[in-house]
Write a protein that binds this ligand. Structure first.
Ligand code: FES
Length: 166
């Protein structure tokens, strides 16, 4: 009897990209590390919700998935900042100026991808493709994908976080 497949948490296209990796490996448990790489590529870090979904899909105990996610240094868990700004640096976004966006954040806040602002308000991360290439350059603000972002747009959004969240 075929087992019921886990339902993706939302209709966000990024879940489809994660599903594609799992399907390619026949939903086999041995694909866990590869699937986690895909999660990180599309989300910029390993979201708790994504870890739970992967565990359910591959029929692994969540503790095993969390264990692997925390063991390997190349995986990034949920960032420490109150907000997360994930800049897509995939080819389409890079060509359209993702590098300038990262430079602008660096200049304004003095942080590199993977770091959190001194006041803890936001973390800057990068992803390899967030599934919105036609909207390049794309940036994901607290899980919401935004397209056609200029460095000014990004600085303004981060400014709203850092100024209004007192
Ligand atoms: S490369 Fe950025 S969304 Fe695909």
């Amino acid at each position: 009897m075929a087992l019921k497949k886990a339902e993706p948490p939302s209709d966000d296209r990024r879940w489809k990209m994660i599903n594609a990796t799992m399907r390619r490996h026949g939903y086999h448990r041995s694909a866990l590390i590869e699937v986690l790489h895909t999660v990180q590529d599309v989300f910029g870090y390993l979201e708790n919700e994504a870890l739970a979904y992967v565990a359910e899909s591959l029929r692994l105990p969540p503790s095993v998935v969390y264990g692997v996610a925390t063991f390997y240094h190349f995986f990034t868990l949920k960032p420490k900042g109150e907000h997360a700004c994930v800049v897509c640096t995939g080819t389409a976004c890079y060509i359209k100026g993702a590098g300038d966006i990262i430079e602008a954040v660096k200049e304004n806040y003095g942080i590199e991808p993977g770091e959190t602002s001194e006041d803890g308000r936001f973390s800057l991360l990068t992803a390899r493709c967030v599934g919105a290439c036609s909207l390049a350059p794309a940036v994901v603000y607290d899980g919401e994908v935004a397209g056609y972002q200029s460095p000014e747009d990004v600085i303004n959004t981060i400014g709203e976080w850092t100024e209004n969240d007192a």
